[in-house]
Design a protein around this ligand. Sequence first.
Ligand code: ATP
Ligand code: MG
Length: 140
Amino acid sequence: LQLTLALFKPDITRVPHVLKAIRQRIVEEEFFIIRNKELRLTREETEQFYIEHQGKFFYNRLVTFMSSGPTQALILAHEDAIKRWRHLMGPTKVYKTKFEAPSTIRGMYGLTDTRNSTHGSDSPDTAAKEIAFFYPEFSI
Ligand code: ATP
Ligand code: MG
């Protein structure tokens, strides 16, 4: 089984019915939830996590948003977990989700291109790095 790192972002972590619906989708799609914890990222931790986006026009907005409230970090396992989770999340851009993928997580709960509900690792290398970032004690 492949592992991926999923985040529930601060726009949804205090909205119980959205959390419940997303958890239900995760179970329906037969992911295993290996780890799950809630934490609040500092600004510095967020900058580190999104270092690849440093310099982009949305970077500051993204860092401010992600450090503005609690985040849930999950390790998910599935055959082809990385692609499957990103498929379930839907496209990054919210206008695209509304027209092309309305039943994805971002299609249903995404508010803007920044406040888009969830994160998912984009490659096996990234997944390993991101799992170590949130779960340094977890060894693959
Ligand atoms: P994620 O990494 O969160 O799973 P992603 O891989 O679909 O999302 P990235 O290109 O890695 O998208 O961007 C990381 C995050 O930065 C996005 O999830 C979103 O919150 C924010 N972001 C990306 N593009 C934009 C944009 N054009 N305007 C505003 N925010 C953006
Ligand atoms: Mg990404």
